[in-house]
Ligand binder design. Structure first.
Ligand code: CTP
Length: 404
């Protein structure tokens, strides 16, 4: 779940080979329920026809400042007034220069100048243009004035040069758009999220682990960054992409996770422990691969430290959110964990269900709070559940007095 649905977004497209990526960005925005209105410069139309954007946005494309038929229905001013967000992708050095200097000589630059909505600019240009001091000054001036940027990435450029100047991936621009539209209610908070499984090595080639994919923790980290929090993600091994803006601390074992958490907990006012920490590790890690010999073998295990319980026992502890992975008696076990580990809140999952818990895209959960309140969350995406969990955390934090 994101906050794009129902939002009116103006997508300004200026001329460059990367125009084709704006088509993909438009698809991502409309798929999420945004009402997208495209404004194209003359140069952009040399690369992709307006019909492509019109078909995919289901809205007329705005090309001409003085199109009388279009003006009767919706002028550049009402387009600007009614926007929740303005995205310029790709943004050429020329368009960025014009915006910075207050030049409004076409539909795109005029609408941007007239809008009060946040403007998100995704530049794409030759590396020498990108590093040109005049461009840099223009960009700095716009940043000082509150314009948002999604930096271009490095790679081989259409002009034959290698370097920074390629339009950011449509997914990265989409993510920046979601962040731009988010209320920054967690801006004053540092949140640590733990995610994924831990691996407890048996020998150099084998380990004990579990089915956790890390998706729930990564969804929480992504949602918290969007809301303005500083996020430290302590993650066991996963195949997931680290969300932009998140500080990753990669760990393997429960003991490594404990060390990573304990050395950073002083920085945080909220800790969300979504990781599926292995409860036991082999008593002894063999230095050489164990050879198969007898019909049966056993490995002696030793209990791992309970990181969350240790956090709960701290004298000055952060706001603590635990997870309870259960296969039966969900609320009973979760409530026990909430009390035993001295938590503020616990998210209880029935991991025996095929559509919830480990390694799936969706989750359903029961939220239990220290004050006895509870909230049932029906089946939804992990991104959606992350938003609900953070809503609860934000509400609880807002009620706290500084002495708490
Ligand atoms: N947890 C932890 N350190 C551990 C084990 C668990 O920090 N060594 C945290 C998890 O990250 C989770 C919460 O404790 O937030 C509950 O984890 P869970 O596996 O559901 O429960 P356990 O406490 O391990 O108890 P049990 O396995 O008996 O259900």
């Amino acid at each position: 779940m994101d906050n794009i649905s129902g939002k009116r977004i103006i997508l300004g497209v200026s001329g460059g080979i990367a125009v084709y990526k704006a088509v993909e960005l438009l698809r991502l925005l409309t798929k999420s329920g945004a009402d997208v209105h495209v404004v194209m410069t003359g140069a952009a139309q040399e690369f992709v026809t307006p019909l492509t954007f019109q078909t995919l946005s289901s809205n007329p494309v705005h090309l001409d400042l003085f199109n009388l038929i279009a003006e009767r229905e919706i002028s550049h001013i009402s387009l600007a007034d009614r926007a929740d967000l303005f995205i310029v992708a790709p943004a050429t050095a020329n368009v960025i220069g014009k915006i910075a200097c207050g030049i409004a000589d076409d539909m795109l630059t005029t609408t941007i100048m007239a809008t009060k909505a946040p403007v998100l600019i995704a530049p794409a240009m030759n590396v020498n243009m990108y590093t040109n001091p005049i461009y840099r000054e223009n960009e700095q001036k716009l940043i000082r004035n509150g314009y948002l940027f999604v930096d271009p990435v490095s790679g081989s450029l259409a002009c034959g040069w290698e370097g920074q100047g390629k339009l950011a991936a449509p997914e990265a621009i989409f993510e920046a758009a979601v962040a731009a539209l988010s209320i920054k209610d967690l801006a004053d908070h540092t949140i640590m999220v733990t995610a994924g499984p831990t691996r407890e090595e048996i020998d150099p080639v084998r380990y004990i682990s579990n089915h956790s994919s890390g998706k729930m923790g990564y969804a929480l980290a992504r949602a918290a960054v969007r809301r303005g929090a500083r996020v430290i993600l302590v993650s066991g091994p996963t195949c997931l992409t680290v969300p932009d803006g998140v500080e990753l601390v990669a760990v393997e074992s429960a003991c490594e996770m404990r060390a990573a958490v304990m050395s950073r907990v002083g920085l945080c006012d909220v800790v969300i422990k979504a990781a599926a920490v292995a409860d036991y590790r082999p008593l002894e890690r063999k230095t050489a691969k164990i050879k198969k010999k007898s019909e049966h073998m056993s490995i002696e295990l030793q209990k791992n430290p309970d990181i969350l319980a240790e956090l709960g026992a701290m004298q000055k502890r952060p706001f603590l959110v635990g997870f309870a992975a259960e296969t039966c008696d969900l609320s009973e076990y979760a409530l026990k964990k909430l009390k035993a580990k001295n938590l503020d809140m616990i998210v209880a999952n029935d991991v025996s269900q095929v559509d919830a818990g480990f390694n799936v895209e969706t989750n359903r959960a029961l939220l239990l709070f220290r004050n006895g309140r509870s909230e049932e969350c029906s089946l939804m995406t992990k991104d959606g559940l992350a938003v609900i969990i953070l809503d609860s955390i934000a509400a609880e934090l807002a009620c706290r007095t500084p002495a708490d």
